[in-house]
Structures are given as C-alpha cells and as structure tokens.
Design a protein around this ligand. Structure first.
Ligand code: AMP
Length: 397
C-alpha cells in the first residue's frame, strides 16, 4: 500500500510518499513560497534522484498538481501514475474537543476542522485546503486527518482547565489542548519498545525540543499533561515563542508600546523566545556558537531554555507520582548534547542521571542515562510523518 503524507501550511506543502510494506519513504519533498515570488518545489527520491523546480505556483491546487507531476515524473519519479496512491494522510493542527483520534475525512469532519479554525487561524485553514485539493486531484484515494491535539484529549480536567471564569470554557471551549501529539506518542511508544515493556505500565516524560517545543507527561500510555495550551504558545521557551509568562505582562506591554492585539500576538509568537532573548537568532546552533564566543545574552537564552525544561520535568514527576523514563526528541532534543546535559544536571534527587559518554550522540535511538540512574533517559528521533502514514493505513484497512 502507498500512502502520501501531506503537511499543508499557509504557503508550503511538505510531503512524503510511503510504501507501507517496508515503511519505506519512496520520496519526500517541499513546495515553498506558494502564491509569492520565488515559488519552488524540491523532491528527493529514495533512489537519490532529485527534482528542483522554480516556477510560478499560484495556489495550493497548483502546488499539489506539481507534487503529483514530480512523483510520477518519467525519469525521476517513483510511481507511474497517481492511482498508485492508495490514501492520503493529512496533518491537521487543531481538532479541538471533537477528535481524540485520527479519522477518515468526510463532509462532517471538514466542517469540524473549519469550526476549530478560530483557535488555529494560521494552521487549520491551510490544512483544510490541502485536504480539499487532494480530494479533487485524487478522487480515488481516501483522505485521513491526523490531529496534533488528538493524543492529548485524555488529559484530565484539572490539567486542561484554566483558572478563568468557567463561562469562557463553556462559551468558547477555551482550555488547554496541547500539540505535537503525534511526536509525543511516537517517542513514548519507542521508549516502551526499547525497555521491552508495555507503554500502559510506564510513566514517561517526552521532551519534543525543536523550533517549536513542548513536553508531555505520558502516564499509562495516555497524555496526562502537556506544556502547550489553547495554542502552541504556552509552555517552554521556543525559537521565537515566549512560552509561559505572567498574563499581566501582556496588557502592560500593549499599553507601554501602544500595540494592538495582533501586534502583541506577533511579538509573543515571532519575536520572543531564543531570538528575543539572545538578539542573535532563533536557531539553537547559532545561539550555542554565540554563547561560546562570550555573548552574554546568548548564554542567558540557553540558561532560560534549559531551566524551563528542567522545571517542567520536575512538575511532571510530581503530577504522575514518579517517572520511569525521560526522552528527548526533535532538532534540539536529538542533537543538543550540551542542552540535554544542562537540563538533566542536578536531577539526581529525582533519579535522573546522565552518562556524559553515552550522551555524546546525535540523531539516533540511544539510552543516555548512567548505569545507576533510576530513571532511564533516551534520545529518540521523532517521525511524525510515519505516525500519520501508520494511522492512515490502519484506518483505511
Ligand atoms: P526542528 O524544529 O525539530 O527541526 O528543530 C530545529 C532546532 O534544532 C533548531 O533550533 C536547530 O538549531 C536545532 N538543532 C539542529 N541541529 C542541532 C545541533 N547539532 N545542536 C543543537 N541544536 C541543533
């Protein structure tokens, strides 16, 4: 069975075509700058063949047509016709309270995705657009929606409820939802496999540390709490997002700087985090380099980042009454040797102790805890596309 996985953003389409027999990626690619100058497609096939196109791509429909042309390209493609694609799995960011698992797309599902757009105005509309374009271009293939929020629908009320007047929950479904669900689920399952235990028997803390970052307490196989909230802004300090702060700071800055709601939203999402703290970059590698060269604000950004993760780990040990394993994933989690070291420093009282030699690893599954560490610590590369492909395969049977 061949499954196409689509992540459709406001001006981009990321895709991977899987052959599910071996769970092998036949080709992956990216369409960028849709609707703006310099739009392009890049595709790499498992054969090593690369397609690079720079051409006008007016909208998502044109972008998807180009994806299909590239996948079926006579010389550099990987399939002979689009009818070889059995199903399409779509990443959808916000499923709200409506979806606790992946679903086959029908009219009702599309209406729900549209309904939850008010909580994810930058993500759900392009996700939905990707679905609708694929329905038109591949009418033979079933479409499946896989939600970032679904895994976290098991959170108990006390974890997802804000201390705001209850009527806002009733009126606007204003509560914590959590994101990166597919990644947290994938790495938690991988850890259970490494430990040769059932995930249902384990308490795992999953640290997804990428440009966007979140941390989840996975108790007995279910998400028990997670750091992102109503939107992906809450929680950890991220590349350009501030994460947790005193909500009173928001009206204060708005008044002092004469900012509109849209402007403060942009400030907290695009100009804060590692970028805002360091003044150097949102990219962890640049910050580490600047810190090494003695840039004090870069050092501060590193310290704030690690300290916030450490605090969340401690709070999730308390929330779950213990922890069996901690896992690091995504760009920083998989590669940030120094960051992992500083997060885990002085956590011996929680039973967490790293082995520096084992921790000297990037981008592969490895246990990195010391032999006498009560809690096992792992690095596991995430693979959200594979989770989407697996869910899609399972649903269409
Ligand atoms: P992601 O969003 O998962 O692609 O992760 C992007 C983040 O991972 C960026 O902040 C990168 O700087 C960071 N990253 C990638 N490679 C490394 C590395 N070798 N050391 C530290 N951070 C890294």
């Amino acid at each position: 069975m061949k499954i196409l996985v689509i992540n459709s953003g406001s001006s981009s389409i990321k895709y991977q075509l899987f052959n599910m027999e071996q769970e092998e990626v036949l080709a992956k690619g990216l369409v960028e700058r849709i609707g703006i100058d310099g739009s392009c497609l890049e595709q790499e096939a498992s054969t090593g063949e690369v397609i690079e196109l720079e051409t006008e791509i007016a909208d998502h429909a044109a972008g998807m047509e180009l994806v299909i042309e590239s996948l079926t390209d006579e010389n550099k493609g990987v399939i002979t016709g689009v009818d070889e694609v059995n199903a399409v799995g779509h990443r959808v960011v916000q499923g709200g309270k409506s979806f606790s698992e992946s679903v086959i797309v029908d009219e009702e599902v599309k209406e729900e995705i549209e309904k939850w757009s008010n909580l994810a105005p930058l993500h759900n509309p392009p996700n939905l657009m990707g679905i609708e374009v694929c329905e038109k271009l591949m009418p033979h293939a079933q479409q499946v929606a896989v939600f970032d929020t679904a895994f976290h629908q098991t959170m108990p009320k006390e974890a997802y409820t804000y201390g705001l007047p209850y009527e806002y929950y009733e009126k606007y479904a204003l509560r914590r939802y959590g994101f990166h669900g597919t990644s947290h689920k994938f790495v938690a399952q991988a850890v259970a496999q490494e430990l040769e235990k059932d995930l249902e028997e384990l308490k795992v803390i999953t640290c997804h540390l990428g440009n966007g970052a979140s941390i989840t307490a996975v108790k007995n196989g279910q998400s028990y709490d997670t750091s992102m909230g109503l939107t992906p802004l809450e929680g950890l300090v991220m590349g350009t997002r501030c994460g947790d702060l005193d909500p009173a700071a928001i009206p204060f800055i708005m008044e002092q700087e004469d900012l509109s709601p849209a402007e403060i939203d942009n400030l907290m999402n695009q100009e804060s985090g590692l970028l805002g703290l360091s003044g150097v970059s949102s990219d962890m590698r640049d910050i580490e380099q600047a810190a090494e060269a003695g840039n004090e604000r870069a050092v501060l950004a590193l310290d704030v980042f690690s300290y916030r993760v450490k605090k969340y780990i401690g709070s999730y040990v308390a929330a779950m009454n213990g922890v069996d394993a901690v896992v690091f994933t995504a760009g920083i989690g998989e590669n940030g040797i120094g960051i992992r070291e500083s997060i885990c420093q002085d956590l011996e009282h929680l039973g967490i102790k790293l082995d520096s030699a084992k921790n000297d690893v990037r981008g592969k599954v490895q246990e990195i805890s010391a032999d006498d560490s009560q809690v096992k610590v792992f690095v596991v590369p995430t693979n959200e596309e594979l989770v989407i492909a697996r869910d899609t395969e399972e649903l269409i049977g």
